[in-house]
Design a protein around this ligand. Sequence first.
Ligand SMILES: Nc1ncnc2c1ncn2[C@@H]1O[C@H](COP(=O)(O)OP(=O)(O)OP(=O)(O)O)[C@@H](O)[C@H]1O
Ligand SMILES: [Mg+2]
Length: 483
Amino acid sequence: MLEGTIIQVLLIEDEDYDVRRVMNTIEPFRDRIVVRDVVADGNRALALLREQPDSYDVVIMDFQIAGGLMGEELIRGIKALDSTLQIIVITKMTINITDFNFANRLIGAGAFWYGTKYPVDIEDYIYQPTDFLLSIFNAYQKKELETERRRSTRKFARTIDRLLEQKQLLGTSPAIQDLLRQIRKIAETSANVLITGLSGTGKELVAQNIHYLSQRKFENFVPINCGSIPAELMESELFGYEKGAFTGASTKKRGLFEVANHGTLFLDEVGELPPPAQVKLLRVLQEGEIEKIGRTDKIKVDVRIIAATNKDLGAEVSTKRFREDLFYRLNVVRIDVPALRDHREDIPGYIDHFLAVFCEEANRPIPEVEPAALKTIVACEWPGNVRELKNVLQRLLFASDARITAADVEIALGRRARKPEEEFALRLGNGEAIVPWRQMERTLREKYFRFVRMRSASDAEAAKKLGLAPPNYHRMCKELGIK
Ligand SMILES: Nc1ncnc2c1ncn2[C@@H]1O[C@H](COP(=O)(O)OP(=O)(O)OP(=O)(O)O)[C@@H](O)[C@H]1O
Ligand SMILES: [Mg+2]
């Protein structure tokens, strides 16, 4: 029985005679069960628990004690301080030994166990000793389990916090702040959500934020791109099948609805969902059950649906390409993600953020963006929104050194080609921005490597021209952030 553990007990009992009886009962296990403190009133007990948190495993308390705070109120007070503490209540025999409601109320208030004291003439035991001792050991085990559960919940919560940090929706503009407010509100509910917005605006990011801020955050977030799965596979992908459901079904397959059970299913590009799958999905949303292929009974599922589209789904409905009834089921809550051109004031912040991230990844210093370059970037139309901005910034880093000029931006945007003399030219500027030698050395190496690679048919040829052994060439490319 729990070898090697020592159980710390707080005893709340106001009659010395009963304190002695408790001690007598646990006497055979006094090396394993230690009554660390004995107090005679409820307030003193709570004060002690506050002063010395995590010092006890089990509280044994008399139901009726002097001093006001007692009974269910005291049980609730103790549980509020530390919900993992387990409480065993002992009462006078005169309080109905057959009163089930009474016992139930104690358990309802948070007690772990309840026993009635022996008549006063029995000095050796407080109540049936094996029953009493076993309940202490059981209480200890429950305390351990709950402590472990609390620990893993906290660990999980920290992981989720880190995830949310990585998936942070950036932007200080009113448009983004309003979006964040909507996300927080929607995360409190389990309603289905339809996210609309142009390509690259951050629809998937919004979906992830809703999920990881919601009650379902510890469950799965399962994305599926409705446009990328062939129509004939859609059903088995969503609902799965049983072994032998059709020729070729040699094992059973879990559908995404099962994987996402209790969590969130993200239907990306929902406008691409083939008509037969639309019918099936509608039925699941209406009935909360899925029909697995090759199985007669239905399976209950609890899945939140977040759908996204960059199409005008309303227009798809009027041209009958998308089912109206399904549209209404998905469109319970609607979020419109703004286009980048509608919150240009966020662009400078995005540039700073993404350049910092990319440079950190490539282990290189962050270049300076000249004011004219910044102006050009902010003024862009950005049809591909934040995703396009990220791509352009990556291209800019590729082509420039310590400074990003307006000409660099024009080239990265594809508005004009780089002139041959600009291609790998070393720009030393007007002497204002002198960079340390180490940084310039790196720039030189990188430019020269790119220059040689552009003029070679393969990495092997480039390595040969540079007079480097291929492994060394590859290592240096990696260090320089050249793919
Ligand atoms: N507000 C934002 N803050 C930080 N990153 C963002 C923001 N909006 C978008 N992004 C980034 O831009 C890229 C595109 O975002 P996402 O994939 O969510 O867009 P989407 O709307 O789903 O695009 P598509 O319609 O093409 O599927 C991602 O790398 C995402 O992290
Ligand atoms: Mg997307």
